[in-house]
Design a protein around this ligand. Structure first.
Ligand code: ADP
Length: 335
């Protein structure tokens, strides 16, 4: 079992990113390795280019994302952790696969349609070709499993179609068809000020999101001041129907404690937010505080984070080299 997964470099990471994405990766690393498999994780900086981003921001986000993953529990000694750019084979294989993928296939990709919107003609070629780069990302390592959310399912199907067509057209058995890895549903975390909006770095109020870099006092304060209602907590999740703010806080509590919402409510049934919010604040500080401390230390030594990426990239290049050469030879390129 070889699991390959990428994440776009974003900065100003918050609790939603942690519970919805980063923590899932850490759990996957531990699960997959417990089954004797290996995990390769990359920062998808090449995918970051498909919509314009200031160079200084992209560079800083790549380091910040890497530092956050390590602070949260991705162990570079156990997982291969790198950024795409340092493994040129991602770009090289993309070009080869561009000649296998069909325009008709890419025209069906709903994410491109959603992202380009009405401005189709003004979208970058990179945005259109994004799924072919994603196919190269996983085929390059003979990934057996690729974790995918709803929005990436179609792209993984495309990667399988490209692999099949390549193997057939060139009469080889080179690429492994990756299977989707369905992990436990990631929680969706909503704003602490308005639970109809997801927690996001673009939320208008500072109080609506807990940043991974926030101090213990700030974390606790944001939870104590989170919007709620005056009622006591119900004994079951069904009782939270229509109480979006209350439901969000229970979701966050459960995710931070690795418990189910039902289990949390069984403990807090009949208690008001005067009791629940301080307990949530303490829990959040106990989970996020140590992550923040590690993150701050790593961000103080950005050169070391860069060195970790380079070591991961060296390993990734070794994995990728024979497959790239196999693809080049199969196509008749002299290498
Ligand atoms: P933002 O909305 O802050 O710009 P991104 O779109 O950069 O966040 O998301 C990066 C990752 O974090 C994605 O995998 C996304 O699914 C996850 N994520 C972002 N916000 C949330 C949230 N509020 N709840 C759960 N997961 C989230």
């Amino acid at each position: 079992m070889r699991v390959v997964s990428g994440i776009k470099p974003t900065g100003n990471l918050h609790l939603g990113n942690y519970l919805g994405a980063v923590k899932q990766w850490v759990a996957m690393q531990d699960d997959v390795q417990a089954q004797g498999g290996e995990t390769l994780y990359f920062i998808a900086d090449l995918h970051g280019l498909t919509e314009f981003i200031a160079p200084s921001e992209l560079a800083a986000n790549t380091i910040e994302m890497t530092a956050t993953l390590i602070a949260a529990g991705i162990d570079p000694a156990r997982s291969t952790l790198f950024n795409q750019t340092r493994v040129p084979a991602h770009s090289e294989l993309t070009w080869l696969l561009n000649n296998v993928a069909r325009v008709g296939w890419l025209n069906r990709m709903t994410q491109f349609k959603d992202k380009a919107g009405k401005n189709r003609e003004g979208a970058s070629v990179g945005l259109y070709d994004y799924p072919v780069l994603m196919a190269a990302d996983v085929l390059l390592y003979n990934a057996t499993h690729v974790p995918v959310g709803e929005d990436q399912k179609q792209h993984l199907e495309l990667a399988r179609d490209i692999a099949t067509k390549f193997n057939t057209d060139y009469g080889v058995d080179l690429f492994t068809l990756p299977e989707p890895l369905v992990s436990a549903a990631a929680p969706r975390i909503m704003s602490l000020r308005d639970a109809s909006m997801k927690m996001s770095k673009s939320n208008p109020s500072e109080m609506s999101l807990v940043k991974l870099i926030d101090s213990d006092d700030v974390i606790a304060d944001k939870f104590r001041k989170a919007k709620t209602d005056p009622d006591a907590l119900p004994g079951t999740p069904e009782g939270l129907e229509g109480r979006t703010e209350a439901r969000n806080l229970v979701t966050i509590f459960a995710a931070l404690a690795d418990r189910t919402p039902a289990d949390v409510l069984a403990e807090y049934e009949g208690k008001g937010f005067g009791q629940f919010k301080p307990a949530l604040a303490d829990l959040a500080v106990s989970v996020l505080g140590p992550i923040r401390d590690r993150l701050v230390r790593l961000l103080d030594d950005r050169a070391e984070v860069g060195a970790i990426l380079e070591r991961g990239a060296a390993k990734a290049r070794d994995f990728a080299a024979p497959i790239l050469v196999g693809a080049q030879r199969a196509m008749g390129l002299q290498v």
